[in-house]
Design a protein around this ligand. Structure first.
Ligand SMILES: [Zn+2]
Length: 322
């Protein structure tokens, strides 16, 4: 393990309560989890863990969303960051002919697939909205559905962004018309002053050498899954991909991700979840009161463990130094 102090940013995909797997509709813009989100983030801040809210238009435009922003602005200036999260299907400008009930295609649900002009217009309108409501101009971007595209870099530079956290390592969304990150590991990079820090994701194996191989050759993971023989070998070596998130991953899984990545020399971590997961029944991860209390327990326990056992610091996304 390196002697430098590792850092972790809590990035919350702060958004409306859309039906997962239920299509993308402009009319799906309800936000009823503001109180629960405030309560959980108060617990983070009480343990000196600042929070980055990546806000989408429906959230910022909702009454409950505005209350969350006002609350943290009034009580915890400097302990929160307001970043930008673009869900194109609820973010203006809209095509005048489009009905509110009309489903946005899978292709157009990834903002990076929009025309350069439309991606810019939506991102610019959302940036202005967040600046107006929060009083802070956002400089960190998280694309909805991790959907950065060929024009996004230039658009972000034009709007004054400094950091992008949309990369989802070892993952290929192209089968659903999304971006292909299968060639990416967790490496941080900077181009034209815009820094890219991936959402922390590890390929683990019970054989450390195998985990190292995948880290050095990220595209092997996707390739390996395609052939029955390599899939079998990967099963034998217990190769699996895990994200640094309490959504679908238990406390020990998340600790394994961090331990594995620290060994590989990673120093900057992005821990994430979706804001509706903080209330029972809104996402697949917290369908019962028990599941929600496990989610909260695992999250808080991981953050304490990172600070105490890994001598880590929890910081805002914009403060990650690379
Ligand atoms: Zn989202």
């Amino acid at each position: 393990m390196s002697s430098a102090c590792p850092s972790l940013a809590i990035v919350i995909h702060t958004e409306e309560e859309f039906a997962w797997n239920g299509g993308f509709y402009r009319s799906n813009n309800q936000v009823t989890h503001g109180k629960e989100l405030t309560a959980l983030c108060e617990r983070f801040i009480a343990m000196d863990a600042p929070v980055t809210f990546a806000l989408d238009y429906a959230f910022v435009d909702s009454e409950e969303g505005k209350k969350v922003i006002e609350h943290f602005n009034a009580n915890h200036q400097g302990k929160v960051e307001f970043a930008t999260h673009l869900h194109p299907w609820v973010s203006p400008p809209f095509d005048e002919d489009e009905s509110e009930k009309e489903e946005v295609s899978n292709f157009e649900s990834y903002p990076g697939n929009l025309s350069k002009e439309l991606e810019y217009q939506k991102l610019s309108a959302l940036t202005d909205k967040i600046t107006h409501v929060s009083g802070q101009k956002p400089t960190t971007y998280l694309a909805g559905r991790y959907g950065i595209g060929k024009n996004t870099h230039e658009t972000l530079l034009g709007l004054g962004y400094r950091l992008d956290v949309s990369i989802s390592p070892f993952t290929n969304f192209s089968h659903q018309q999304g971006p292909d990150f299968s060639h990416c590991n967790n490496d941080v990079s900077t181009t034209d002053g815009l820094c890219y820090i991936p959402h922390t994701t590890a390929v683990l194996s019970r054989i450390p050498l195998v985990a190292n191989l995948f880290n050095n050759n990220p595209h092997w993971f996707e390739k390996g899954l395609q052939s029955p023989l390599t899939r079998l070998l990967m099963k034998v070596a217990r190769v699996k991909k895990q994200r640094l998130s309490p959504e679908g991953f238990a406390l020990n899984d998340m600790k394994r991700v961090i331990r594995n990545q620290l060994k590989l020399g990673q120093q900057s971590f992005v821990f994430s979840f979706h804001s509706p997961s903080v209330k029972v029944g809104l996402t697949p991860y917290t369908q019962t009161a028990e599941a929600l209390s496990q989610f909260e327990h695992d999250t808080l326990a991981l953050l304490s463990w990172f600070k105490e056992e890994c001598q880590g610091k929890i910081i805002l996304a914009k403060d990650i130094r690379v």
